[in-house]
Structures are given as structure tokens and as C-alpha cells.
Write a protein that binds this ligand. Sequence first.
Ligand code: HEM
Length: 578
Amino acid sequence: MHAPTYTKPLPCTSQPSSSLSLIASNSVSISLSTLMGLPSSSLDTSWWVFTLPAIARTQNLTHNPLLLIILTAILSIALLAWAFPRGGGGPAWRNGKNQMGRVPIPGPKGVPLFGLLFSLNHALPHRTLASIASALSATKLMAFSLGSSPVVVTSNPHVAREILNSPHFADRPVKQSAKSLMFNRAIGFAPNGAYWRLLRRVASTHLFSPRRILAHEPGRWLDCAAMLRAIAQEQSKNGFVCLRKHLQDAALNNVMGTVFGRRYHDQDECYNRREIEEVRDMVREGFDLLGAFNWSDYVPWISFFYDPLRVRERCSVLAPRVKKFVKRILEEHRIMAPFKELSDDSDFVDVLLSLEGEDKLEDDDIIAVLWEMIFRGTDTTALLTEWVMAELILNEEVQTRLRHELRRVVGNKTVVTDADVIKLPYLEAIVKETLRLHPIGPLLSWARLSTSDVHLSNGMVVPANTTAMVNMWAITHDPSVWHEPLVFKPERFVKSEGGVEVDVRGGDLRLAPFGAGRRVCPGKNLGLVTVSLWVANLVHRFQWFEDMANPVDLAEVLKLSCEMKNPLRALASPRFTN
Ligand code: HEM
């Protein structure tokens, strides 16, 4: 919209000076406003700028200090109007982008240029977003800016269902680190299309199907047994156990075994120590880089001045290391391929190498897919198990009840198997309650991206290219969704005791820690089977107590996943003699 045409003649009799003519020229007034991104209403009221010379009764504005002050004030107001646009949402929501629907999307304006970046770059963005949404009555949907990226977040299960299940939200925004580490060729970040569908199909059939998960049980049990041994050793040596390291080792072995056909147990001599250390180091570095808050993902120019974590540089070192490592494993598998038959317990490398015709993948794509599995599969299961154990230690009666359930199902056996685990409803309730109280992806790990303008049923419209987040933490802590949301109460999921039946695999958005829709976590069954098996064996083998010298601290920190800020340290009293 153009500024209104000036109609009143200036009372000034002589010609304006050149600077004045610039200001008094209609076309310049428009371009100045446009440059500043002023909303049309400010243009409508800007006509009085042209009367300034009359007010000042002067021909040269620059020589009049009063006018200079007024001009500076106008410019400042214009700048502020540009930086804090109307309607909320902040700098990325200028020009009424949050008002495209019947109902506008409310949201905080944040800081000019940066939006909410300063509020969200610390450890607990899910809590901050939940408080802002609640304060602005924007829990259904809130618009905000992360630098130049427009973002919406919902803390409402109905809107969450619409977003996660919509085909228009089936892409993800790709972080710089993910791109540099090749993840844009893997399942999680590949754009929604034929390539992504192929990867999902192959992974669902050959890695995550119930048959394959069952076929890999012996390997899973090997890792679990090694973990139990290491825990017993640490307890007898130190008098306490730091659980996270054992869980991470078991998780790494579990995923390395299923994906690469390699396991690294301490008593195994066949793999050299250097390789184990190399894998651990690469995984650690990858976690750090992918979990790091990288300013240049949101304010691209900032990396020229400010890159405190050296994300770009570190990625460019890690990516070739990963490639070299995985390529070596691919070559070994290629050499052995003629001597192996594919079966249900084949590792994922063999499966990917066996693909033919249209399904055949380039080496670089295989490397990306395999590497992603290591990343996604390792910390998720370890950190979730750590949260479960922390709650069991703090809630002694829940631990005791679980042990009774185990005794009833397992009897005198020292080992709990996958077949036993499915007969343990109280264990299932404990895992669900932990996922509710401590969702390890409180903002569902990686966000979604709208591929077109999306009309929601509540009258709001999310424009194309908007990042969409679901604040699962806010939903699972909402007292209007969950009674006494801060209390750890597995009984709320025990049906025979009046509890609710909730499908945590994406069917019920009141508790969807694995996401939902076509991009729901494909590793959800593997994750749940693994965590349940570990918890069952940890509780069956040991009685767990709080270490009073290091009390359990439920403080959290959000990195790649939401983890205990202070890793769990506890006392493990063995229940069997061998
Ligand atoms: C207990 C553990 C786990 C939790 C809580 C979890 C959670 C999630 C969440 C919230 C998402 C995003 C879903 C969405 O956008 O709707 C996701 C995606 C994904 N997860 Fe998991 N996950 C777990 C375990 C695993 C495991 C064990 C693997 C593989 C070994 C895995 C592989 C993936 C992959 C590949 C994606 C991307 C899917 C896509 O974009 O198409 N996850 N996970």
C-alpha cells in the first residue's frame, strides 16, 4: 500500500532545500517506510511529516536542532515499529504473517533481530516456552522468532495431533551441524519424498520390525549381561555405582551390534581398544555438535563474528573421520558378503549392501543412514533408563512393587528375558510414567517444517516455511491434561486400578514422547523393548538405594536429549550370589 498523496499546500513560500525535498517527496517517504518494513497503518499517519518545514518556519531542517530531535525521534519510532512489529511473534513475523487466518497466532515480540534467541539458548527452553505460552494465553499455538526463522509451538494435544499428522508438516528444518555431518541424507533430516520413503521402508522392514527386534534378542542380552557384571564390579570396588556410563556402553554396544554387527565388551579381545575409544569419541563429539545451540542456524551472518563452539570447524573435522571409519566397516562387510546368507539377525550394514535396483544406495547415503542410527539409538535408551532408575530409587514402594511383579513372573530365574517383559504391566506403567514426567525429547527432538500455508481447524494459519514445535513437556505437565502432573505415579497407567490406557507410540497426543504421524520415531519399539529389558534386569538383580553422600538430583539439562544434569550415582546391593 502506498502512502496517501499529499494534498495540502505547504504554507512555505520559497522552494525547500534539497534535504527537505527528499523528505517531502512522496516517493522517498514510501521507500523509507518500505525499507523499515513499517506496517501500512504507520504509512497512513505519516502525512504530517510533510508539514515539518511549516512548523519550524525554516528552509533548512538540518540547521534546526529542534527539528533534528524530532526527526531522530521519528526515525527511532519507525525503527522500533520495524523491530517490534504489530501483532506479536517478533522480527520473523513481520507484515502480519501471524494474522493470515481467521484467528491470529499470538506470541512474544522478543528482541529486535534476535526474537527469543536469548531466552531459549540456555539449558531448559521447553520450560521457558511453556511459561511464555501460558502467560500470553497462547498454549494452543504461539508464534515467535528465532532470529530470522519464524517458529510456532503448541502445548495443546489437539493442535499437536493436527501438526504432527499433517502431510504439510512432514519436513524438518536442517541445522548446519546436521548438514555438515551428512544427516540430511539420513532418515531424520531427509526431505519428505521418494528417498526418505525408501529409507523408512528399508529400516522398518529390516531393522525395526517386531521379527527383527526379536531376532536380535541374544545380542541385546549379551550387552545387558555385560552391563550387570560391570555394575556389580564397580559396586564392590567403589561402594557405589555411576550408572550412566554403564548404560551408555550397553546402548552403544546394542546399536553397534544390530547396525554394524560389532560389539565391544571388556572381556572381548577380538576388537582393539583403539577402535572402541575412537567410536566413543566420535559419538561424544557428534552429540556435542548436534546438541549445541548454534547461533548461525538462526542468524546466519553471526558466524563471521561469533562462533564460540566452533561448530563449523569441528564438523569439518568429524565428518571425514566418521566417513573413514564407516567405509572401513563397509569394505569388511563387502569382502565377507559372498560367505554370508541374509537372515533375520543380519546386521543393518549387510541389509543395506544387499539392496538392488532402484533401492540401491550410494556409499555416502549408507554411511549417513548407519551413522544416524548410532546417534539416535545410543543416548535415547541410556538416558531414559537413567531417569527410570532415578525415580525407582526415590520411590522405594514403586521399586518394591516392581520386584514383586518380577518375582511372580520370573520366579527363581536370575535372568529376565524379552518374553518375560511383556508379562510385566507394572513395569510398562513405570516406563510410561517416566516418559511422561521426563520426556527425553521435551520438544520432540527435531522440529517440523511447514511446506505450504496450513489452515488449522481452530482458524489459525501457519505460513509456509515455518518451523513447528510440539512442547510435549508442557502437555505432559499440564494439570488440565494430567491429574497431579508433578507426582510420579505409575498407577495412573494401570487399568485395573482405574488408570488410563495410553498408546505412547503416537496414538495419543496426551503422551507422545516418540512423536506421531509419518515422521514418528521408527525406533520406538526397539527403544521400549531395550529400556524395559534393562530396567527389569537391573531391579531383579540388585536392590537400589540412594547414595546419601550424593543424593538423587532430578535437575535436567537439554542437550541432544533431556538428561539428568547430575548423572545418577546410587548403591546397588546384589540379590543373587552369582
Ligand atoms: C527411548 C527412546 C527414544 C525416544 C524417546 C525417541 C524419540 C524420538 C522423537 C520424539 C522423534 C521425532 C518424531 C517426530 O518428529 O514426530 C524421533 C525420531 C527418530 N528416531 Fe527416535 N527415539 C527413541 C529411540 C530411537 C532409537 C533406538 C532409534 C534407532 C536406533 C531412533 C531413531 C529415530 C529416527 C531415525 C528418527 C527420525 C524419523 C524421521 O524423521 O522419519 N529413535 N525419535
